[in-house]
Design a protein around this ligand. Sequence first.
Ligand SMILES: CC(C)(COP(=O)(O)OP(=O)(O)OC[C@H]1O[C@@H](n2cnc3c(N)ncnc32)[C@H](O)[C@@H]1OP(=O)(O)O)[C@@H](O)C(=O)NCCC(=O)NCCS
Length: 409
Amino acid sequence: MTDLTIRPITDEEYPAFVKAFMDGFAEDIPADDFPSYIRTNLPPELTLAAFDGDDIVGTFGGLDLTLTVPGGAQVPMEGTTVVTVFPTHRRMGLMKRMMHMHLDNAVEAGKPLAGLWASESGIYERFGYGIATYCDAIKMDGRKVAFRDEIEVDRVRRIPVEGASEILGPIYDERQRETPGMWARSDGWWYDILADLDWMKNGRTKLRIVVHDGPDGPDGYALYRQKGGDSDDWHDNGTVHVLEVIANTPRATASLWSYLTNIDLSPNVKYNNFPVDDDLGPMLKEGRRIQRVFKHEALYVRILDVIAALEARTYQHDGEILIGLKDSFRPHTAGTYRLTSEGGVGRCAEVDETPDVTMDVEVLGAIYLGGPGAFGYAAASRIQGAPEAIDRLNRLFRTAREPWCNWVF
Ligand SMILES: CC(C)(COP(=O)(O)OP(=O)(O)OC[C@H]1O[C@@H](n2cnc3c(N)ncnc32)[C@H](O)[C@@H]1OP(=O)(O)O)[C@@H](O)C(=O)NCCC(=O)NCCS
């Protein structure tokens, strides 16, 4: 083993970089022109690779994302992706070194937040990332799903994948701007989502898209694939694999889910990233027909600039709290911060006073978007403070609705 160096890759090294991270995720590089597909959102200058001599043995990617926070502000977020280290070089501190460089780059670029989806929980809290949003993996038997009598549904229409982003983009943007936890989609991301490469099918059909038209134009859509049933069951046990449902009105929500649960020969409906406080359940005669198979971690948030992050979001209550923050991975983020909320607007400053509550930076990341409240973390001794202060913290940070991040990056 020679000296291990870490640097961004060059353009020529891109195919080797992609091969390396696919290897890290136990996959071979697909036959499609995968490197140029990945390159759309991850240009070489946003990568890091660990080299052992000329060989890439570790990979890391940064994504330029913008996140909606409570109140609707659009905050720059460094997305963290394709984190792998070869088994031959594991537990030598390579990931940790790349993480330091990655977060330094994000701070230098002025990003108050970093975020990721984790393949394994247990890795990222040590770097200051907290679980800020959750999703439910659900399944339904469409034959048993019935809408309440007063719920009206419309027919939806199929559209081709080619050119679809022109219709889907504005619908997504409207929802994204008002939903904490969702990130803005550039043209590059629409290319990524609609590319529909062969390897993405995984034994299922190509991408299918339906759109709901409201009085003022398209206001909802669903992306899905199907898998036909087998002949032993007369082909009638197929599955609808939902990839995304974005609905900006209750009628669009009902119409799209009514469509998805009424496709002949495909009664099994599955979706991994269903919101935890959804609007669909109350529309059904029996809400329990949405079977919540498991609740899983979605977006992890890492706060890099405490003052910018806390001032970017709004608060539902007026009040003040002194937060003592610990950060072993980036110690200069630690300190005591006074957060004051007046009329929903937050003001934050670093102060030299005794904090009301203390916590590690990953806990602040977890409660930042208003999802998991403070009480569970207090019960686990991960927030320390008097019961009154924990209650105040919880009232300040919680939001009326749960944040939602519906797409993995
Ligand atoms: C996860 C992975 C990137 C770790 O790389 P690595 O270079 O071995 O990690 P490091 O040596 O830098 O470890 C840094 C710290 O994280 C810990 N850690 C590493 N992998 C971990 C894991 N899977 N679970 C829990 N802790 C882990 C280490 O014990 C170490 O802890 P310490 O700082 O207390 O000593 C590597 O094992 C891998 O490629 N796994 C497969 C792909 C994957 O899961 N990637 C994550 C994508 S989201």
